[in-house]
Design a protein around this ligand. Structure first.
Ligand code: HEC
Length: 161
């Protein structure tokens, strides 16, 4: 009886999670599901702890501009690499260091660590920043758009202020 009861509870929980759109497979193990991406409300709550100017950036515009990156990049923890590498944990990560992604020699040769300023230069004009890069993205010429998208990426990739 006890085991039947807990099986039912687990099934109900799995159904609830599925209903919330959580894409993490329930798996049937006792481990908790991987964290879902932060919601809009969670991002707004976390934003004041970011360094300036990201603490006052326009997150709605950042999300809209990230649509330009989303054809090639995922942000979630454990998300797949696509044309571009998964970006979870990118702040403080050495450039071209994801072992599962095949980077250009040009980016590998840089050896820098990504921070907000480095990312800002990179997405302004990737090909000018790193001649020979595989990132065929034209760039964001508007500095406000870059600030907004960087704030959004910080909040979606587990940036630690
Ligand atoms: C057309 C596909 C494409 C688009 C669009 C794109 N990227 Fe990339 N991105 C790549 C590729 C490919 C690489 C690997 C570059 C290399 O190895 O030279 C990369 C690398 C990166 C890296 C370095 C990651 C690391 O592990 O070192 C960051 C950060 C990044 N992109 C951010 C962005 C952001 C932010 C945007 C949108 C403003 C964007 N990218 C748009 C394809 C893309």
């Amino acid at each position: 009886m006890h085991s039947l009861g807990s099986t039912f509870a687990a099934a109900a929980l799995a159904a609830t999670l599925a209903g919330c759109g959580n894409s993490n497979p329930a798996g049937g193990s006792a481990s908790p599901p991987a964290a879902s991406p932060p919601t809009e409300a969670e991002m707004e709550a976390a934003q004041p702890a970011l360094p300036a100017p990201y603490n006052t950036a326009d997150l709605a515009n950042g999300a809209a501009k990230f649509a330009l990156c989303a054809s090639c990049h995922t942000l979630a923890e454990g998300g797949p690499s696509m044309t571009g590498p998964n970006l979870h944990g990118v702040f403080g990560r050495k450039a071209a260091s994801l072992e599962t992604f095949h980077y250009s020699d040009a980016l590998k040769a840089k050896g820098w660590t990504w921070d907000a300023g480095r990312l800002d230069t990179w997405i302004t004009d990737p090909k000018a920043d790193v001649p020979g890069t595989k990132m065929t993205f034209v760039g964001l010429s508007d500095s406000k758009d870059r600030t907004d998208v960087i704030a959004y990426v910080m909040l979606q990739t587990g940036y630690k202020p």
